[in-house]
Design a protein around this ligand. Sequence first.
Ligand SMILES: [Zn+2]
Length: 576
Amino acid sequence: MKLKNLVASLALAATGVAGSAVAADVPVKIIAFNDFHGNLQSPGSFSGHPAGGADYLAGWIAKLRAENPVNSVVVHAGDMVGASPLISALFHDEPTVEVMNMMGVDISSVGNHEFDEGRDELIRLQKGGCHPRDANSCMGLNGPFTGATFKYLAANVLDQTTGRPLFPRYVIRTFSGVRMAFIGMTLENTPTIVTPTGVAGLNFNDEADTVNSLIRTLRNQGVNAIAVVVHEGGAQAGGPIGGCVGFSGAITDIVSRLDPAVDLVISGHTHQAYLCDLPVSNGKLVPVTSASSYGRLLTNIDLVLDTATRDVKSVSARQVVVARDDPGVTPNAAIAAVVDHYAGLVGPIANRVIGKIATSVTRSTSPACEHQAGDLIADSQLAATAPSGFGDARIAFMNPGGVRADFAYASSVGEGDGNVTYGEAFTVQPFGNSLVTMTLTGAQIKTALEQQFVGCTNNQPFNRVLQVSKGFEYEWDAKGGACARVVPGSVKLNGVAIQDGQTYRVTVNSFLATGGDSFLVFNEGTDRLGGAVDIDALSDALASTLVPAPTGTPYVPPALTRIRQADPTTGSCPNN
Ligand SMILES: [Zn+2]
């Protein structure tokens, strides 16, 4: 910097005015979070504090914004909605969009869960309007649902017909005369983890290629400062909040291929808390952040823009817990009123006791990857579709990733120990998938079992072992090769070996029925019959035959003997 310019910039700094003719620093604050998942109410404690809740999240955002009221931007990196608690999900996540508007979110990339209810529903969340079919919509405290005031970004999500992105690829914000771009996107693998009907007609492109293809366009618009907001992430190997210890994950490869024009990456999806510096394509280190999940943590990013280069000069980031016990933070009363309003609407539904359990029914897996919660859900889906005329199902399969929580024995909302409320059941099964009963051959059933394991159609680094209904059993051997891990002759229904050429009526949810989690063989099922929504099947089961309602005999989970592993010391079963 020449002395003359230095003097000029000092003078400008003193008067608080930044011009573009001379070099000056423009401080910009980015307040970032990810994976809110509709957590309007505190999901519990985090890092030793009661944490989260939309009222305190807004309070913390306001406090951080006050540090730089002129040049602040609030960014969310995907999965704001979907897989959310009943208070948001019952109203199609309209409550979440409402409070995000109120707390001043500016930008959100789409995540995989933004596609849970399909593209039309996501467009409705952006543009507003009431749900086309469900009456649980447009019940807001402040009038009908008018959509998000923040901008959804979807740079790598293209309409297959038009080739156009579903939402804008980026937004450009101007900070004291310096333009900065925020490119937003979801993970390329979104179609492998969302109900296929939710992403029909859309292509999901490579994240790094998408960013790199935009650099020239942005440069031509005079933009040198570039942040990427991407719903994909990684994890530390046991490092602290805000650390970067033993970091790995899909985001590492993406960042390594980015054009060096990128200055900052705000990531998500893994629900992890990290602040890393990772190399882009020329080895330059770029900050990569992720703020856990559920509105419990914020990443407070201060960057300095240089008016001469119009580029990012420095970035510093730290993370703050959204603590509810900090006297320096004022919860947002208007947002609290909105949350209370929805809590009042949903309370009578959520707190209704629908069944009784003798012990917690958990997702703790056996060595063969079976768990109690999965058995209960598979049994509920069989019960709902077994009767003649309702599917004639004999077998039900449940994807393990769709079991989102344990059934806790302990009382949570004063319902009493052992009582299961609708709200608790909903937390276990929040996706609203419907049941589909189909005809499969014995050979196709065996193929479905093979597709659970790494290297067959499953391209994930872990097995996805389906939870199976009562009467179905088999054994698998981790030492078998790809598509050859099911022990021949071990697949049985009520003690009788499944025959390759015989047909069986099988129930799965709509996610699996359309090939979700790469279970491609379910696409081949014939004579399809649609059934109840999964939560209704579970709720009915809890209320009746499987788990007698409050006054009846509590449900005792069965021993985990439906699935066996030849050598129980091998293989892994994450609750993915
Ligand atoms: Zn995600």
